[in-house]
Design a protein around this ligand. Structure first.
Ligand SMILES: Cc1cc2nc3c(=O)[nH]c(=O)nc-3n(C[C@H](O)[C@H](O)[C@H](O)COP(=O)(O)OP(=O)(O)OC[C@H]3O[C@@H](n4cnc5c(N)ncnc54)[C@H](O)[C@@H]3O)c2cc1C
Length: 529
């Protein structure tokens, strides 16, 4: 993947996309596959905002049944099934346990009805995706970390999980392969209009300060929370902040859906890269005054919620990492008057302003493919193109063709022969799909690269070097927060961070002054408590 700012001087683009989160990435990929001349600019790194700070679920959203949002749940469940099919390396099934205690908001019958409806809306023919009941003994054997006292049993149900930042990156890689111009660290600074209609933009290279004029027949903003900064889109959104903590492993393969005793909100404990994601909070956010940061009150809330259920409670010193993101809700009569962000619809909308610029508002990672298809349909209509969406059935760019299980076991065997431990090999295949054999080839010439970067996280040195060399990395935090989520999965010591930066300094052409600068940029992601 190459970054070439000067290439944006291309004559005229059919479509300029502003914002390289999941919405921008799917839009660029879809539009490029339809043969449009596409440019996508991202002011920071790909997925540097909300699209790397989600709960990483590809899910219908069981809890939206409570607000009777059946249309959204059904749409998201269909997308879940589709993504499991077209991206088996990137999106994998994950089961969730829901305990039933003597006194709780939902009794066993209510949960049974909700889960049956969820299965029905999914229309999934795979029996392993249906819910199951467990008696108290079975449930506690399955989830030994949670308290047994007053447990009456529980259910498990299926959803799916991903690595959000890598999903975005793979789509950007796919868009680039299909001919799109994809530039990170490039800000759209100004829209250019002729007779009140947008026809291009000034974009700024964030690395050099150079500016260019881009001519584009259509422009779409997929800028997430930045929509709330300026008119006209600021009137169309409401924002909420959500925080996650990364905690030590307490779960085996399955996650837990629980309700927080403080306010009866749903929260999750989810296994991810061998650690536990604990989240999320959901609090109103004001973009003019708020900071997208993890605050002491967020930590208190999440630890109290988790410790209500855990046999061995967590303390602050157990926190390995943390991250915060901002959700955009489309503003409606309901959202303007509703007290809690948790009660708001996660649905999505495309609005077009008087100058013909389009704005994507709200949504979810899960449904973003389908929403992006609607964006590109609108663009094609404006351009007079009859090109149809092909992303429904097309395998993702790095998905291995053929039988996925067979491919997975063959490449896992090769990885074992090269000395990669089983858990790291598992994650390597999920992270890189069809590209994994390229990484294995590096180990054939240097066996050291089969080792983990740090012992507690299942990520190996060959992966680090592959990402640094091939995945449009500009800064160290691009590499260590999004290409590999190491900064949130481990409490790296200064020496470890220096050692890692030194290892990638060569492929990234960094001298020692640059290495020092890059290390200091990482401090915002590090939990040193
Ligand atoms: C806490 C939390 C948990 C969530 N969990 C889930 C989940 O488990 N499953 C799910 O399906 N959904 C989940 N969501 C929702 C999902 O994460 C979001 O809907 C999605 O990431 C939004 O993507 P986006 O592309 O619209 O915005 P973003 O990812 O925020 O991307 C917008 C991008 O635009 C760029 N930008 C802004 N202005 C400019 C400019 N002028 N020039 C160039 N670039 C610009 C920004 O830098 C940014 O990278 C969650 C959301 C939150 C907050």
């Amino acid at each position: 993947m190459n970054r070439d700012f000067a290439a944006l001087q291309h004559p005229t683009f059919d479509l300029l996309i502003c914002g390289g989160g999941i919405y921008g990435a799917w839009t660029a990929y879809d539009a490029a596959l339809r043969g449009l001349k596409v440019a996508i600019v991202e002011q920071n790194d790909w997925a540097s905002a909300t699209s790397s700070a989600s709960t990483k679920l590809i899910h219908g959203g069981l809890r939206y049944l409570e607000t009777y949002d059946f249309k959204l749940v059904s749409k998201s469940l269909q997308e879940r099934t589709r993504l499991l099919r077209i991206a088996p390396h990137r999106v994998w099934p994950l089961r969730f346990g829901v305990p039933v205690f003597v006194r709780q908001r939902f009794n066993r019958l209510q949960l049974k009805l909700g889960l049956s409806l969820y299965d029905y809306l999914a229309h999934d023919t795979d029996p392993s995706m249906r819910h199951r009941y467990f008696n108290p003994g079975q449930f506690s054997a399955h989830f030994p970390a949670i308290k047994q006292n007053q447990l009456k049993g529980g259910f498990t149900y299926a959803d799916a999980q991903t690595d959000d930042a890598r999903l975005v990156l793979e789509l950007i890689a796919g868009a680039q392969m299909a001919g799109a111009y994809c530039i990170n660290y490039c800000q759209l600074a100004k829209i250019l209009e002729t007779e009140g209609k947008a026809g291009g933009a000034i974009v700024r290279d964030q690395l050099t300060g150079n500016e260019l004029t881009i001519h584009a027949r259509q422009i779409v903003f997929t800028t997430g929370q930045w929509l709330a900064r300026e008119p006209p889109s600021r009137d169309w959104c409401r924002l909420a902040k959500g925080v996650h903590l990364v905690m030590p492993a307490v779960l085996d393969a399955d996650a837990l859906l629980l309700t927080a005793p403080a306010d009866d909100r749903v929260f999750f404990m989810i296994p991810w890269y061998g650690m536990t994601l604990l989240g999320t909070t959901d609090t109103d956010f004001d973009i003019d005054t708020g900071q997208v940061a993890v605050e002491a009150s967020d930590i208190d809330y999440l630890l109290a919620a988790a410790n209500y259920y855990l046999e061995a409670p967590w303390t602050r010193s157990d926190i390995i990492g943390s991250f915060a993101g901002v959700r955009v809700f489309k503003q409606s009569l309901q959202s303007a008057t509703s007290g809690s962000p948790s009660a708001l619809s996660r649905d999505w909308e495309l609005k077009t302003a008087a100058n013909d610029v389009h704005y994507a508002i709200g949504g979810k990672i899960t449904s973003s493919r389908q929403d992006a298809a609607r964006i590109v349909d609108t663009i094609c209509e404006k351009l007079g193109s009859a090109a149809k969406c092909t992303t429904q059935e097309k395998l993702l760019p790095w998905a291995p063709p053929g039988n996925f299980a067979t491919w997975f076991s063959q490449v896992t065997a090769q990885a074992a022969q090269l000395g990669i431990d089983a858990i790291s090999a598992h994650w390597l295949l999920r992270r890189h799909g069809m590209k994994a054999p390229e990484i294995l080839r590096q180990i054939e010439t240097n066996a050291q690269l089969a080792q983990r970067i740090v012992p507690e996280v299942p990520l190996i040195l060959a992966d680090l070097l592959h990402c640094a060399t091939n995945e449009m990395v500009v800064h160290l935090d691009d590499l260590l927060r999004r290409r590999l989520p190491l900064l949130i999965l481990a409490k790296l010591s200064d020496e470890q961070l220096y050692e890692i930066a030194r290892l990638v300094a060569d492929p990234l052409h960094w001298d020692s002054a640059r290495v020092a600068q890059e290390i200091s940029r990482c401090s915002v992601f590090r939990n040193q408590e």
